[in-house]
Design a protein around this ligand. Structure first.
Ligand code: PLP
Length: 369
């Protein structure tokens, strides 16, 4: 039987091949490889898609976070609050600025930062909060922003899994000082390598990040700020311009697939993510279920050719890399519980109906349903 991978990028490429080849050929022919016109166009098209004033293309989602933090003035001796349950890059971005990541636990309902835990994590050194819209589901931005306003803190969104996601009417990446997106190939909008973008409505911040990502230069060989080389390649931007046109439909497809999963699994003894009808802004970067028998179910699915995976098996505080933060097991019980119970089932916009049925069948079979 055919394998069903977690994500099948090849199927998407097959559908877009002529358009993508043309777009890349255009870049080859002009040799406009660095900050070429495709980057400029993509930045404005992406900003329009999200509904923000500015978007600045950079080399990765991690760099997008780092540049946003640095441009906001986060540096040594500062503390930045991040969720204990996220991809490690959220915390690394803080460390890369010389600041200290301070963790808060997440909510069992949506796996996102728990706003009620913010007060305990806040100290006089706290400078910013980074909510993560995990798996494509927006964090509780109203409470987070209310808290940040009260304490005079910056908010920077990690929207690396949330291209097109909404919180009520507001867009992920447009609800704070700045948003960071990743174009890692498997994300809802992915390029053919690494890429990322910062979104913001703030004129000064946009200008600063634009300068910083390109050696801090205002014009060639005139360097005003200590900067970086962190640019989105023109080739990647050309690919992303093609794909961006489909993103809305792809996100809709994901929601339809989630409806199928929900319908087929609603009576099965596993925890399901929020249904599309209850959160119309969710873009389901991942479809993550919860079960006590996670490891056995994972092995069973893999043995049946189904590419399930764990996002993420270890919460931030229990990684060796962060021993120095001084946290211990038990500090963030929800994050720890989730890391033992979450399992991502295959989801990608081009997934066939019979594939999703096979996944569902396998899950039911494992649970003896
Ligand atoms: C993918 C991701 C990142 C990092 O993006 P890269 O492009 O891989 O650097 C950061 N945070 C979250 C939540 C992510 O999923």
């Amino acid at each position: 039987m055919n394998e069903i991978p977690l994500v099948n990028l090849r199927r998407q490429y097959d559908l877009l091949k002529p358009e993508i080849k043309d777009a890349m050929e255009r870049v080859f022919m002009t040799s406009d490889f660095i900050l070429g016109e495709d980057v400029t166009f993509f930045e404005s098209e992406f900003a329009d898609f999200i509904g923000v004033k500015y978007a600045i293309g950079v080399a990765s989602g991690t760099d997008a976070l780092i540049l946003a933090l640095k441009a906001c003035g986060v540096g040594s001796f500062d503390e930045v609050i991040v969720p204990a349950f996220t991809f490690i890059a959220t915390a690394y971005a803080v460390s890369s600025c010389g600041a200290r990541p301070v963790l808060v636990d997440v909510r069992e309902t949506d796996f996102n930062m728990d706003p009620e835990k913010l007060a305990d994590a806040c100290t006089p050194k706290t400078k910013a909060i980074i909510p993560v819209h995990l798996y494509g589901c927006a964090a509780q931005m109203d409470s987070i922003r209310a808290f940040a306003n009260k304490r005079n803190l910056l908010v920077i969104e990690d929207a690396c899994q949330a291209h097109g996601a909404r919180y009520g009417q507001e867009p992920a990446g447009g609800m704070s000082e700045a948003g960071a997106f990743s174009f890692y190939p498997g994300k809802n909008l992915g390029c053919f390598g690494d890429g990322g973008i910062v979104t913001t409505n703030d004129d000064n911040l946009a200008k600063k990040i634009r300068t910083m990502r390109n050696y801090g230069q205002s014009k060639k060989y005139h360097h005003d700020l200590v900067g970086f080389n962190s640019r989105l390649d023109s080739l990647q931007a050309a690919v992303l311009r093609v794909k961006l046109k489909y993103l809305k439909d792809w996100n809709l497809n994901r929601r339809k697939l989630v409806d199928v999963y929900h319908e087929a699994l609603k009576e099965v003894a596993i925890g399901l993510p929020c249904a599309p009808c209850f959160n119309p802004g969710h873009v389901y970067h991942l479809f993550v279920i919860r079960t006590k028998w996670r490891d056995d179910l994972l092995n069973f699915l893999l043995a049946n050719g189904i590419g399930a995976a764990i996002h993420y098996p270890v919460p931030i505080h229990l990684h060796k890399a962060y021993e120095s933060l001084g946290y211990k097991a038990g500090d963030f019980p929800v994050a720890e519980l989730l890391s033992r119970q979450v399992l991502s089932l295959p989801i990608f916009p081009e997934m066939f109906h019979d594939e999703i049925l096979r996944v569902v069948e396998a899950v039911r079979q494992f649970l003896g349903d």
